[in-house]
Design a protein around this ligand. Structure first.
Ligand code: DAH
Length: 342
């Protein structure tokens, strides 16, 4: 029996060498230590061994069993380690000695203009308000004096949700909520993303940004409106800006105006950028309609105010000389990352 044990040991050693993956090692384990395995068979065969040799043979078989268990455990571990090595070697290699890329990210041109305006308006005592992009028909239209079937709605087609809500067409949609939140007196600006169902070209986008402003107090007049607009625009363009008002119709203001600035390119002489008029249309505005104040819970007998809807997208294009509005939503970093905070 001794020879049998020795032969099995040698066979095991050579088979273990050959078992180079976990499946093969498992097969080996079953073949030696399983219910019908060779080592188990040897143990069963002990019964037939003569009494005086039983002890010695028993010890030898147990030694072999122990050796097989050890050998299998070591082989399992060796295969696992080799697999780990292989994964590490095949993983992406990094050259840790490369210099760090120190190029900085940049803000979107609209963010830059928005932040600059927020700073200017806060310095003039205005609060900055945030508002939803999905609003009700009431907020977007009725509360700003555009009842159902009013022709002014034709100019502001938008995207409607199945629950009847819509993507706001202008930041004026927040006027009512802000008046209700703070009451009068009130000074607030509220930038926001707006949407219109439009076909796009170099000057039209279905998604753009505005900044709305409200100033409501006792005895607010058109002179206050002109003063604030002129001061704000001179700061934005970092030079003294001449403004003029032309009549303009918006249902939520009375009187309503288009505010123009003298052309920054030709200084008012007339050039292709201003269609030879010397003026650029920049900011619609007006004195808040009494109906709008009333719907906002403010007494129009006691308070008056002005409102404006500055086209942030337009302003960013003018400030940075961006010719195609579609570049702004393009996500094209080559075009968008060239603007930095001055
Ligand atoms: N909401 C208008 C639009 O998007 C712009 C506007 C005009 C806003 C006059 C105002 C305003 O606050 O007084 O076309």
């Amino acid at each position: 029996m001794k020879e049998q044990i020795e032969a099995l040991r040698q066979r095991f050693e050579s088979e273990l060498q050959a078992a180079q993956n976990s499946d093969a090692v498992e097969k080996l384990r079953v073949a030696y230590l399983g219910k019908k395995g060779s080592v188990t068979d040897l143990l069963k065969g002990l019964k037939a061994v003569a009494g005086d040799q039983k002890k010695e043979m028993g010890q030898l078989i147990n030694q072999l069993k122990h050796q097989v268990e050890e050998g299998i455990a070591q082989q399992v571990e060796a295969i696992r380690a080799a697999e780990e090595e292989r994964l590490i070697a095949s993983a992406e290699q990094y050259d840790v000695t490369l210099p760090v890329d120190q190029s900085e990210g940049s803000y979107h041109p609209i963010t830059l203009v928005q932040r600059q305006l927020e700073e200017i308006f806060s310095s003039m005592g205005f609060t900055i308000e945030d508002y939803k992009e999905i609003v009700t028909d009431y907020e977007c239209f009725e509360a700003v004096n555009i009842p159902k079937h009013h022709p002014a709605r034709d100019m502001q087609d938008t995207y409607y949700l199945s629950n009847g809500q819509l993507l706001k067409t202008h930041t004026s949609a927040a006027q009512n909520a802000i008046m209700r939140k703070y009451g009068a007196p009130l000074r607030a600006v509220f930038p926001g993303r707006c949407f219109r169902n439009e076909s796009t070209d170099a000057c039209h986008e279905n998604t753009f940004f505005q900044m709305e402003g409200l100033m409501i107090d006792k005895d607010i007049s058109i002179s206050n409106l002109i003063y604030f607009m002129k001061t704000m625009l001179s700061e934005v363009f970092e030079r003294d800006i001449t403004v003029r008002l032309r009549p303009g119709f918006f249902p939520f203001v009375e009187p309503g105006f288009e505010l123009d600035i003298s052309c920054l390119i030709c200084g008012g002489e007339g050039c292709p950028s201003c269609k030879n008029s010397g003026w650029l249309e920049l900011c619609p505005c007006g004195m808040i309609h009494p109906n709008v104040l009333k719907m906002g819970g403010i007494d129009p007998e006691e308070y008056t105010g002005f409102a404006f809807g500055l086209g942030l997208t337009r302003l960013a294009m003018m400030k940075y000389g961006i010719k195609d509005i579609r570049d702004l939503n393009s996500g094209n970093l080559k075009a968008l990352s060239q603007f930095k905070h001055e």
